[in-house]
Ligand binder design. Structure first.
Ligand SMILES: Nc1ncnc2c1ncn2[C@@H]1O[C@H](COP(=O)(O)OP(=O)(O)OP(=O)(O)O)[C@@H](O)[C@H]1O
Length: 451
């Protein structure tokens, strides 16, 4: 066992969530020698995740512990000693070190541990044009699980309330029937649990657990893209649940047919039920959400302040909520009421950033409204001319008004290639030079977007 790695884990235990620690770092085995620290991951996927997400933190912690920079090598395999290190709390009762590693079983969350956030309910969800269909569908599903729409898939950009609605449906199902077994998981947790089950050869147990629930709620399934084994397993779980009329609710950051590297047979299954887009809320809904959140948090906010924030922060609800939290904390600290002057002063930098930040989702929504096409169609792969031109406008405006790279813009438009974005930029530029109508459209859109 590497004493250094054990101490590193003890420290990281205070910084990382128990879930992250157990899913990604505990399964690593370690050996340290004069060359540095060698970490062995049980499979390539864990190795990539550790490298991407945790390596810099591990290196910094090791430097802190040893007082000098230490080389960390990651590879798939197992250490000679093969003793899985444990952080402090787990080591309170010393056990004789076995010669061969005992796998540290990472249990997938038990089905009865529903993982639902009790604050996310339909009562705390503010309805507007952008989300009313999603809310109605989620309520229907909660009232008739397995029968109304199966699966229910909610898709749309970040921070727009998909997770909130999913929890609200789960909470309502349990309110109506406390014995109802609902299991909420982020797709990352599903992947982590599956990898662990594969590692510890407990796939039968994994299957039993996931298939014995009455409702399975999986958040952000775009994370399954490119993970073939996970998709295979999820596909079978899906079929088993679907056939026995157990409810499935999923969320995705875009229309799943547009997610690359998602198996066609899985995409087709996802289309069996109802897919609903959750779109960015309009001004009135943003203001109403803000007032509702302030009320929930017992923060005194006037309508004027709510309107100020709703007008200036258009990106998503999460950003609005962040601004409200900042205001509440400052007002509390200075013992001042939240007036519009106080809000302007306190959030000056943040509001300035939002004023400048024309975001890709804003552009997409504005262009969709301008040409009177549906946002989901604009982001789809359909090539009809009535969509192709607005889509090219939106791509070219994204290049013009944001700092995003061509591949990032392509990704935001349903995972398109960067050459498509480049082609769109060139086409629009040429059209604006030769076609007065096009140039007027371009200028008008720029005016709308930059206020
Ligand atoms: N209509 C709404 N009414 C009340 N709160 C909302 C509404 N929409 C979003 N929120 C709040 O905004 C925050 C972010 O929402 P949520 O986490 O559900 O977004 P999401 O669409 O799942 O985003 P991501 O894809 O990034 O996970 C939450 O605190 C949620 O309660």
């Amino acid at each position: 066992m590497s004493d250094l790695w054990r101490r590193c884990l003890e420290r990281l235990e205070g910084e990382l969530s128990a879930e992250d620690l157990h899913t990604w770092l505990m399964p690593l085995q370690a050996r340290d020698d004069t060359m540095g620290l060698q970490l062995f991951a049980p499979n390539p996927y864990t190795l990539d995740t550790v490298r991407e997400r945790y390596l810099p933190r591990i290196e910094a912690m090791l430097t802190q512990l040893t007082g000098h920079e230490l080389s960390v090598r990651l590879e798939v395999g197992s250490s000679a000693a093969r003793v899985p290190p444990r952080p402090a709390s787990a080591m309170a009762r010393p056990a004789p070190a076995p010669a061969v590693a005992e796998p540290t079983p990472i249990q997938p969350p038990a089905p009865f541990n529903h993982n639902l956030d009790p604050h996310y309910t339909f009562e705390t969800f503010v309805e507007g044009k952008s989300n009313q269909l999603g809310k109605a569908a989620a309520m229907q599903v909660a009232m008739n699980p397995g029968r109304a729409y199966n699966p229910l898939l909610l898709y749309g950009g970040t921070g727009l309330g998909k997770t909130h609605l999913m929890h609200a449906a789960g909470n309502l199902m349990r309110e109506r029937n406390p014995d109802f077994k609902v299991l909420y998981l982020r797709s990352e947790q599903f992947v982590g649990a599956m990898i662990e089950a594969l590692r510890t050869k407990s796939m039968d147990e994994f299957k039993r657990r996931f298939r014995s629930v009455d409702a399975l709620l999986i958040d952000d399934i775009q994370f399954f893209a490119g993970k073939d084994t996970t998709q295979e397993e999820f596909f079978h779980t899906f079929n088993a649940l679907f056939e026995s009329k157990q409810q499935i609710i999923l969320t995705c950051d875009r229309y799943p047919k547009e997610v690359d590297k998602l198996e066609p047979r899985l995409k087709s299954r996802l289309g069996w039920g109802l897919s609903v887009a959750i779109e960015p809320p309009d001004f009135e809904t943003r203001a109403a959400i803000l007032l509702a959140k302030a009320h929930e948090k017992d923060v005194a906010v006037s309508e004027n302040v709510a309107m100020l924030l709703a007008k200036r922060i258009r990106s998503n609800v999460r950003d609005l909520e962040g601004a409200l939290n900042t205001l509440a904390a400052r007002a509390n600290f200075y013992g001042k009421p939240i007036t519009t002057e106080f809000a302007e002063e306190t959030l000056r930098d943040l509001l300035a950033t939002h004023a400048q930040a024309v975001t890709v989702p804003n552009i997409q929504k504005t262009v969709a409204d301008y040409y009177q096409v549906r946002l989901q169609d604009l982001l789809s792969k359909r090539r009809v001319r009535s969509l192709a031109r607005p889509r090219q406008f939106a791509m070219a405006l994204s290049k013009e008004l944001t700092e995003h790279s061509l591949p990032e813009i392509g990704e935001a438009f349903g995972g398109r290639d960067h050459t498509t974005v480049l082609h769109a930029c060139r086409t629009i530029k040429k059209l604006c030079e030769t076609d007065t109508r096009m140039r007027q459209d371009w200028e008008q859109l720029i005016r709308i977007l930059t206020g």
